[in-house]
Design a protein around this ligand. Structure first.
Ligand code: 7RM
Length: 635
């Protein structure tokens, strides 16, 4: 009767069909059987994409932390909930059991209450990947405060903008953070940000690197003594299904960041259900997602989804390159990781390195490999499959967005046959469609279109904080009665989806629609290439021509660049056709990336168009220094 855990392909199709035919029955059964409610809903779903307004499980009462913590205590109290692996491999890993998680979250929740934080208040969390980050998120949820986690790699300006946009009352931070062999003084960044944030009157500071920090009197407090004095019991605040759980900012293509608002019940049900199925999580598994909790991937698939299933979830503080490029694989061996979830950009970076870094370690515990964040190119997919999964662990290429709250399109491991570069099939409850430029739905296969979703799912973001109009315009105005994802996709003859990249990345060359992703895939097939990015620039005859930025695996001497350029275009001709050949190929040592690993094509486009006077905001780049190098060598 239970459809919570899908076991084989026929069952997937059966469940999927039911979820489309009777979505409310489908989501009602999942919610009833697998969660703790103080009161059940009056209505499973109410929606109107025109307004837009979406409400799931209206009338229900619950607290998400009871579902993530309390209800596991009887059977899993001494099971590790959070496994913290520090930056420095010589420092002990920390196992936080469900019993300990209960006490520590409650203590933290009581500290927030003592600071005057109440249900509905916004709390800004600016912390590195240390246990306090997960604990503070859960502590907010315990008392009904709305958390707004800001990734601790963002600058003071980015931080103050986000604090002010949602009117946060308090900031939780640390003295600093470790990143490989560097330390970062986070408290200094907070101090600078708060010069522009009159609404913040309290700052809680966790100690991590023991650096000297200035504590502003009556505003700043060390966290630990407050926790030590707080009670280990804190009654959960009983929330309505549609009460906001958190705000998470995502950068739009223009303008200020959008504070996506996620609500309680639907988000909980969807992240729990998808975690269980996409990662095929079983009771004794040790699941590791390498994302930072500052991104939606960390919210949904480090914290809430895993904990709602009583899982063991790993939090890694460090970076893949420290103390050397074997660190990920060392951790997989050490903790016998069963599910490993990372981003293509990390895979490509590691694929550049010697295989000895992998072969030193026993990776036989791995059962499922995941990918998220951008299209995974074919070469990276095979490298991951061959060298990490040893051709035995299925790869789940999971497509989703901050706005979707959870994974929407993905294979189910050991169930869905995988094809490299295809995110494959929609999960139950998800009704994707492809739209053409004229606003008509594309029913034929093998044609590129714009990816939309026709029907709500429980974890869709409900609004943009303080700007419902922008929410409507961005997601519900391009196509009538549909959620527009901003991505392009193709559907093959068996119904598999291949995400081709943001539609703003589509380049029309001589009337042909070219997605940048397949061209980059072809370039990356060249054995000398590590990574590439393609953009368009105006061309008298073609309308647009293609400009490629290419990182080689080995720089310097060796092959002649002009020969390489010919070979790269040959690869493109073979894989796509000569229409997609690059007019210009610039070799570079790096590409400008956002901190979540997405290439900022906007900057590359401007350089290709020779418009370098005004590159716009580059403050959120991970590697701003590479921009000058690219400008200096532009063709
Ligand atoms: C989870 C996350 C969302 C955008 C999305 C896509 C791209 C994410 C994939 C992907 C191809 C994937 N949230 N994207 N996953 N493209 N295949 N498996 O990344 O809000 O930060 O980004 O990321 O363009 O619209 S996000």
């Amino acid at each position: 009767m239970s459809t919570y855990h899908i076991k084989h392909l026929e069952e997937y199709y059966k469940v999927y069909r039911k979820s489309v035919r009777e979505p409310e029955v489908f989501w009602e059964e999942i919610a009833e059987e697998h969660f703790t409610w103080h009161k059940k809903w009056d209505n499973v779903l109410e929606w109107d994409f025109k307004k837009p307004e979406i409400k799931w499980y209206q009338g229900a009462k619950l607290n998400i932390t009871e579902n993530c913590i309390d209800r596991h205590l009887r059977t899993k109290g001494s099971k590790t909930a959070i496994l913290f692996e520090p930056n420095n491999p010589d420092e002990q890993a920390e196992h936080i059991t469900y019993n300990q998680l209960y006490e520590r979250v409650n203590r933290f929740a009581n500290v927030l209450k003592n600071e005057g934080i109440k249900k509905g208040d916004r709390v800004c969390i600016y912390l590195p990947m240390i246990p306090e980050l997960a604990l503070s998120v859960l502590a907010c949820a315990r008392i009904g405060a709305i958390h707004s986690v800001v990734f601790a790699g963002f600058s003071a300006t980015a931080l103050s903008t986000r604090i002010n946009d949602s009117d946060c009352k308090i900031v939780i931070t640390s003295d600093g953070s470790y990143r490989g062999n560097k330390t970062i003084d986070l408290k200094e960044i907070v101090d600078e940000a708060l010069n522009d944030c009159p609404g913040v009157n309290s700052v809680l500071v966790a100690k991590r690197i023991n650096s000297e920090v200035t504590m502003k009197k009556s505003r700043d407090k060390w966290l630990q003594p407050l926790l030590d004095n707080a009670s280990i019991e804190c009654e959960p605040e009983i929330m309505d299904a549609e009460d906001p759980l958190f705000i998470l900012y995502t950068s739009g293509s223009t303008g200020k960041p959008k504070g996506m608002v996620h609500t309680t019940a639907g988000y909980m049900v969807y992240t729990a259900y998808t975690f269980k199925n996409v990662f095929n999580y079983k009771d004794n598994d040790i699941y590791w997602c390498t994302a930072d909790i500052g991104w939606i991937t960390g919210h949904s698939y480090i914290v809430y989804g895993p904990l709602a299933n009583g899982a063991t979830t790993v939090m890694f503080e460090g970076v893949p390159s420290y103390p050397d490029f074997g660190r990920f694989w060392e951790i997989v061996e050490k903790h016998k990781i069963t599910q490993f979830y990372t981003a293509p950009t990390a895979i490509r970076a590691l694929a550049k390195e010697n295989l000895d870094y992998i072969n030193k370690y026993d990776l036989s515990s791995l059962k499922v490999l995941g990918s998220v964040g951008e299209p995974i190119n074919e070469e990276a997919w095979h490298w991951y499959n061959d060298n990490i999964g040893k051709k035995k662990s299925p790869i789940v290429d999971t497509w989703w967005q901050t706005e979707t709250g959870g994974i929407l399109i993905s294979p189910l491991p050991y169930i869905t046959p995988t094809i490299p570069t295809f995110a494959s099939l929609p999960l139950p409850g998800i009704q994707p469609c492809l739209m053409d430029e004229k606003g008509e739905e594309i029913t034929a296969n093998q044609i590129d279109g714009r990816l939309c979703i026709k029907y709500p799912w429980p974890s869709i973001a409900r609004t943009i904080w303080g700007n419902h109009q922008r929410y409507k315009e961005t997601y519900f105005s391009a196509y009538e009665d549909k959620y527009f994802t901003g991505d392009g996709a193709l559907r093959d003859t068996v119904g598999y989806y291949r995400i081709t990249g943001r539609v703003d990345d589509v380049i029309i060359v001589s009337g042909h629609n070219l997605g940048t992703a397949p061209i980059e895939d072809a370039i990356n097939e060249h054995p000398a290439v590590a990574e590439s990015a393609v953009v368009g620039f105006p061309h008298d005859i073609k309308g647009n021509a293609l400009y490629g930025y290419v990182i080689l695996k080995e720089t310097g001497e060796g092959r002649l660049h002009d020969n390489l350029r010919k070979e790269i275009n040959q690869m493109i001709t073979e894989h796509i056709g000569s229409i997609a050949k690059l007019n210009k190929i610039q070799f570079t040592t790096g590409l400008p990336k956002t901190r979540s690993g997405k290439i900022m094509r906007r900057i590359l486009r401007k350089i290709a168009c020779n418009e370098t006077d005004n590159l716009g905001d580059t403050s959120t780049l991970l590697n701003p220094e590479v921009v000058q190098e690219i400008i200096d060598n532009a063709l």
